[in-house]
Design a protein around this ligand. Structure first.
Ligand code: 2IT
Length: 449
């Protein structure tokens, strides 16, 4: 490895040893762009890698709120504005008890390259809180969101930083957050959030966008291999918004998702999550209780496997869509043993670095990285910003058409970037290289700061 790349990775390992998720993503991205650093001394001269590792700025704030019994609670809120070289900071908010700087920073760092891959002018950010919205009544969630926004509103804006949802932050939370922002600022500025409700400036197809985009990307991979999605079986983890979009689009295209998973285990439905009733029930079940997927098995009479992940099932395609580090070495080995050809990451960093490396080294396994596969979500967020700025509303077909084009481009650009450096059809390296180059070029052109 290039001396400079290595020295930055080592510095990050040492300095951020207490933020392992962040170290993991820096190692993954920088080792795959190493050939670019080696070929272009200008990056080292401008110390691009060390600059990319440090967020441009970050905010950490106290969030106090009262529950329905009048009891006071204190949480911590975060917003890491990682890199604004190519556009206003953009990225989701995650509300989950395990949120801490290491999680925020891995997501913000990833977001920077992902957003660059969309080809749209959005910088990278991430934020959130260790607050747990699961099972909380609307009034408590509203008070929390209002308090969160009281601290954050001065640091965001349509040309500054545009948050959206992530795990634990859906339409309900975005509504309360935007409402408080509008109240405090005394103006509309509706481009300041994406994933808004349709009644106040949201984009058609935003809820579906991440899952649909993932399937459009998958179709490009299959096309590259001379195959089609029709008749394929897919193992998915998670049962949130993203999994739902994957189920819906793959059903439309004649494929079927046969597994979903939750913290309690996974379900196996040999008929696939394909019918309108099943798709609708997924949303209902998730809204009622994000911790259990078992109710699906009870309702539709299929298998529920408690405490396990779905990675031992024999399917054509695997799509981890739940959370980070969902697929570790033991699961990767099962996937390889089952001769599954398509490993399509969807959630942010769903694979540990050793498992990812292992899968990429397997003959006949194609690995697609999440920062490309799930980029349609934030991509459609950027389309929502465009619609808001222009004060108009595109039809679902218009949005879908643009999303499709975006995913086709991301796949083609990633494949071309890897090819340029003699790496073959390496979508992981290609996505990192293409995203890195776009951000690095903008940083070089803007001078040192
Ligand atoms: O991880 C992600 O890309 C998101 N949570 C969506 C971010 C966005 O701004 O739409």
């Amino acid at each position: 490895m290039n001396q400079y790349t290595l020295s930055v990775i080592q510095r990050v390992r040492q300095k951020y040893a207490d933020e392992p998720e962040f170290v993991q993503t820096v190692e993954e991205v920088f080792s795959s762009i190493d050939p670019v650093i080696e070929a272009n001394p200008a990056y080292e001269k401008a110390d691009i890698l060390n600059r990319m590792v440090e967020p441009e700025r970050a905010f950490i704030f106290r969030v106090c709120w009262t529950d329905d019994n009048g009891k006071l609670h204190t949480n911590v809120g975060y917003r890491y504005q990682f890199n604004g070289a190519i556009g206003p900071y953009k990225g989701g908010l995650r509300f989950q008890p395990n949120v801490y700087p290491g999680v925020m920073k891995f997501l913000g760092f990833e977001q920077t390259f992902k957003n660059a891959l969309t080809g749209l002018p959005i910088g990278g950010a991430k934020g959130g809180s260790d607050f747990d919205p699961a099972g909380k009544p609307d009034a408590e969630v509203m008070r929390f969101c209002h308090s969160f926004m009281n601290a954050l509103y001065r640091f965001i804006g349509p040309d500054v930083d545009v948050p959206a949802g992530d795990m634990g932050v859906g339409g309900r939370e975005i509504g309360y957050l935007f409402g408080q922002y509008r109240h405090l600022k005394g103006c509309w500025e509706n481009g300041v959030f994406t994933g808004k409700g349709l009644s106040y400036g949201g984009s058609l197809n935003r809820p579906e966008a991440t899952g649909y985009g993932a399937i459009y990307y998958l179709q490009e991979v299959l096309k590259h291999e001379g195959e089609s999605i029709e008749g394929k079986t897919i193992a998915v983890s998670g049962f949130g918004n993203v999994a739902w979009g994957i189920c819906k689009k793959s059903a439309q295209l004649g494929a079927k998702v046969v597994t979903l998973s939750g913290p309690d285990g996974y379900i196996y439905d040999p008929d696939g999550v394909t019918t309108r009733e099943k798709l609708h029930y997924m949303l209902e079940m998730r809204a009622a209780d994000p911790m259990h997927v078992k109710p699906y098995a009870d309702k539709f009479g299929c298998k529920f496997i408690p405490g396990e992940k779905p990675w031992g099932e024999k399917v054509d395609i695997v799509m981890p869509a739940a959370m980070q580090n969902d697929v570790k070495m033991d699961s990767a080995k099962k996937i390889a043993d089952n001769k599954i050809k398509y490993y399509i990451e969807v959630a942010n960093m769903p694979t540990t670095n050793d498992a990812l490396q292992f899968l990429m080294e397997q003959d006949g396994v194609i690995v697609a990285p999440s920062k490309a596969v799930n980029a349609g979500g934030v991509g459609v967020s950027a389309l929502e910003m465009s619609q808001n700025a222009e004060r108009l509303v595109w039809t679902a077909e218009e949005v879908d058409e643009r999303l499709k084009r975006m995913m086709v481009n991301i796949h083609a650009e990633s494949a071309a970037a890897a090819e340029e450096y003699g790496l073959g059809y390496n979508l992981v390296a290609g996505a990192n290289i293409a995203g890195f180059k776009r951000v690095a070029t903008a940083m070089l052109e803007q001078g040192i700061f």
